[in-house]
Ligand binder design. Structure first.
Ligand SMILES: Nc1ncnc2c1ncn2[C@@H]1O[C@H](COP(=O)(O)OP(=O)(O)O)[C@@H](O)[C@H]1O
Ligand SMILES: [Mg+2]
Length: 256
């Protein structure tokens, strides 16, 4: 059963095509890794899934329903680099994220708050930030703030998690640790994940599928004349066998 259904999606910015004819279905709990050249529209695609952006044409259904335009943290949350609350301690940042996932006002009762604090401590232990639990984000390095922001996104337990190049600023050891953390949380929660990455091995390691955005039509005289679409859809769990082969040959020049 399809959980996220994208049908004939087009996106233009100021009449410039960014995405064209994007079709995708994802099952609940699936991990879809997204790769593609810089500027081809991957972040825009995540914003469309989050309903922060409206398509020019086409539809997105989640659980059979069109997106409503209302903020809905159960539905999705985008990890934005360093989107932490500066006036809260590291620990409270995670508690607040969990509370906002639970209800729109982020209100927790006293015992729920105590439980959330204990979970935040456990999370900080797992991601190697326990020693800075009482610090403010400004005291953290960029990589540590990035880890905190990932932990926040996960604490909110959205049904759909949208991650935009989440591990970019991390050193290789920390990156592996965060891979394990994300995989564990995913197993625990069964959330559906869309993750943009520029690291192909990372895409195949974490994703069940790896989809590639690219332009299938090119006009050398007008490189911005066409948008990108999904050109490949690989099954990352079975040796990278394509689910779907491209319908058109990529990079075939358009005849003058
Ligand atoms: N709000 C916007 N208004 C106009 N153009 C935009 C906007 N956001 C992104 N773009 C343009 O759309 C294209 C795709 O951007 P983006 O989705 O960020 O690509 P990617 O994430 O794949 O690098 C880029 O050329 C970018 O300059
Ligand atoms: Mg981007």
């Amino acid at each position: 059963m399809s959980f996220v259904t994208v049908t004939d999606l087009f996106l233009d910015y100021d009449r410039r095509p960014i995405l064209e004819r994007v079709n995708l279905t994802a099952r609940e709990g699936e991990f879809v890794a997204i790769v593609g050249a810089s500027g081809c529209g991957k972040s825009s695609f995540l914003r469309l899934l989050l309903d922060q952006e409206r398509p020019s044409r086409g539809t997105i259904l989640v659980d059979g329903q069109p997106l409503t335009g209302e903020p809905n943290r159960q539905r999705g949350i985008v990890f934005q680099r360093y989107s932490v609350f500066p006036h809260m301690t590291v620990r409270d940042n995670i508690v607040a994220a969990e509370a906002l996932g639970a209800n729109p006002l982020g209100i927790l009762g006293r015992s729920a708050r105590r439980d959330a604090r204990a979970r935040a401590e456990a999370t900080l232990e797992r991601i190697g930030l326990a020693h800075v639990a009482g610090s403010y984000p400004s005291a953290l390095s960029g990589g540590m703030q990035q880890r905190l922001a990932i932990a926040q996104a996960l604490a909110a337990k959205p049904r759909i998690l949208l991650l935009d190049e989440p591990f970019g600023a991390l050193d290789p050891g920390t990156r592996l640790r965060m891979h394990d953390f994300l995989s564990d949380i995913r197993t625990e929660t069964g959330m559906t994940i869309f993750m943009v990455t520029h690291d192909l091995p990372e895409a195949f390691k974490l994703g069940d599928r790896v989809i590639v955005f690219d332009k299938t039509r090119w006009d050398p005289q007008a490189p911005e004349a066409y948008g990108a679409t999904i050109t490949y859809d690989f099954d990352a769990r079975h040796g990278g066998i394509p689910y779907q082969t491209p319908k058109e040959d990529p990079h075939v020049p358009v005849p003058a």
